[in-house]
Design a protein around this ligand. Structure first.
Ligand code: NDP
Ligand SMILES: O=C1O[C@H](COP(=O)(O)O)[C@@H](O)[C@H](O)[C@H]1O
Length: 510
């Protein structure tokens, strides 16, 4: 394991939700797991007026996200952790001079020996990224003559291809690309990283991982929750920008990519960029009409409880056409994947929370056993990203008795069965990587732009095209009924339950 050097983490937008809900709990767990260096401090910065003590109380002692954890800890231990946290009020906006902030960073650096090594974490609206970068630069805080400097930026990284390019250009005026870490918390999930290992550390899958053996690929990302308190943000974003452009295209790139020559950040990211660039961009309205479906949840009852429709949510325009369901069919124009359809859907207010990838293999080219029905014909490899993380291979076995009746059996692996199943949460893993200077699990500028290049025409069509429908679906079902029509042939979406293997699943033949 790499050693983590002395450093300071400076969080902008520190008064916000992400800092309290994800960042400070992640840092706490890293501290507890002994992953932080001896000389390490966190400095929160935002416009809200707070003292160090008030900020510590907000994000540690009184934090709803740490309360349960710290209640079981020794008070001294918690207090030692709190002592590493500081706060600086930025004044009325993020684009004034940073003299006071610069001085505070300098003072903390001298007192706590953080070796002029700084990570700036931008947990603010993206419209502030360039101004923050410029002001840091003006303070000499981007200069690496003494100690490295890194900047982590949160999603959404852009609103379109153009805005993503503008953001890249804006940041690159003040930071070199190697200093910029674009976070995508799905890349911090063990099971997403395991896509690389499953493919490239085994010789049994890769020979089959192509158009000769794979019939189609299906990815489902479903959440039971609605937009919760983020209606204002979500209504301007929608499922395609919120989940598909970032997290799901990251997963797609790991499935599509060619083997990298080694596991370095640059080699892996080079292959991911090539993969994203090979997605066939849909330009004509007919293809966009046939291959994309958008939907929106309407009021319904789930388990006897009334659930609001999307348009009734706080912060949402009552006439909104923003999608809470998106399903896209697309092709990949390269040697490996020619003509193999990919189906990806993401949605809120689904029956269960699940993210999984299903690789559907082709049926044997000659049918020896005629009794096999369509659902039992194809071998499937199901890679469960969350929850009940694991992998399931479905294959045909003979039903005992006369004749050759074929049924499906399961070969399964669960992460929970590993002896060291203490899986680091995504933000912990990603923060630790950035602290150690490993950008493998962060998106590079060209990667983000390639993803936007694919998504932009769909968004343009959905926003301005002819005959675009936003189909309603009741909260608690698997989206608009016509979303099954997207899938070619006799196939439908696999609508999974909360567990990798469903109720009938643990028997050998099922
Ligand atoms: N919360 C989450 O689960 C996730 C968040 N993100 C991203 O992380 C970033 C931060 O998110 P989150 O903490 O939820 O956001 P919040 O709105 O809760 O916090 C952002 C902070 O930024 C400061 N701020 C400055 N200008 C503005 C402005 N115009 N509008 C709102 N806040 C402003 C505010 O602090 P002050 O007024 O004190 O300066 C605020 O506390 C965003 O880019 C978001 O998209 C990404 C994934 C998940
Ligand atoms: O980035 C986001 O992700 C969450 C889903 O994350 P998960 O780790 O719980 O799968 C989603 O709810 C949110 O809308 C989106 O902004």
């Amino acid at each position: 394991m790499n050693k983590t050097a002395n450093q300071m983490l400076i969080i902008f937008g520190a008064s916000g939700d992400l800092t309290a809900r994800k960042l400070i709990p992640a840092i706490y767990n890293l501290y507890k797991g002994n992953h932080l260096p001896e000389n390490f401090v966190v400095l929160g910065a935002s416009r809200s007026a707070m003292t160090d003590g008030e900020f510590r109380r907000k994000v540690v002692q009184e934090s709803a996200y740490l309360k349960d954890v710290i209640s079981t800890e020794d008070a001294d231990f918690v207090s030692k952790f709190s002592d590493k946290i500081f706060y600086e009020d930025l004044g009325s906006d993020y684009d004034t001079d940073y003299d006071l902030l610069g001085k505070r960073i300098g003072d903390l650096n001298s007192k706590y020996h953080t070796s002029n090594q700084y990570i700036f974490y931008l947990s603010t609206p993206p419209s502030l990224y360039e101004a923050i970068a410029k002001n840091l630069h003006n303070q000499g805080l981007t200069n690496e003559t003494e100690g490295w400097k890194r900047i982590i930026v949160e999603k959404p990284f852009g609103y379109s291809l153009k805005t993503a390019k503008d953001l890249n250009t804006g940041l690159q005026k003040y930071f070199k690309e190697k200093q910029i870490y674009r976070i995508d918390h799905y890349l911090g999930k063990e099971t997403v990283q395991n896509l690389l290992v499953t493919r490239f550390a085994n010789s049994i899958f890769e020979p089959l991982w192509n158009r000769n053996y794979i019939h189609h690929i299906e990815i489902t990302n479903a959440e039971t929750v609605g937009v919760e308190k983020r209606g204002g943000y979500y209504d301007k974003s929608g499922a395609l920008r919120d989940m598909f452009q970032s997290h799901l295209l990251q997963i797609v790139s790991l499935i599509v990519m060619e083997p990298p020559i080694n596991s370095s950040a640059e080699e892996i990211r080079n292959e991911k960029v090539k993969a994203l660039k090979s997605l066939r961009i849909m330009t004509d309205e007919k293809t966009l009409f046939d291959h994309t479906i958008k939907g929106q949840y309407v009021a319904s009852e789930i388990d006897g409880e009334k659930v609001k429709g999307y348009r009734e949510e706080e912060g949402v325009d009552p006439n909104s056409k923003t999608e809470t369901f998106a399903a896209i069919k697309f092709f990949v124009d390269n040697w490996r994947w020619k003509d193999i359809p990919f189906y990806v859907r993401t949605a809120k207010r689904m029956p269960t929370k699940v993210t999984e990838v299903v690789i559907h293999f082709k049926t044997p080219h000659h049918q020896v056993f005629k009794e096999q029905d369509i659902n039992n014909k194809d071998n499937k490899l199901i890679i469960r990203i969350q929850p009940d993380e694991g992998i399931l291979l479905k294959f045909g076995v003979k039903v005992p008795g006369q004749g050759f009746q074929v049924e499906r059996a399961n070969l399964d692996f669960y992460y929970s069965s590993l002896s060291d199943s203490n899986i680091m949460q995504a933000y912990e893993r990603l923060l630790l990587d950035a602290m150690q200077g490993d950008a493998t699990l962060y998106a590079r500028a060209d990667e983000v732009e390639a993803a936007w290049a694919f998504v932009d025409p769909i968004l343009n069509y959905w926003e301005n095209g002819k005959d675009v429908n936003t189909y309603g679906y009741s909260a608690g079902v698997w989206g608009p009924t016509n979303s099954d029509d997207l899938i070619e042939g006799d196939y439908t979406w696999r609508n999974p339950g909360p567990h990798l293997v469903d109720d009938s699943g643990f028997c050998v033949i099922c």
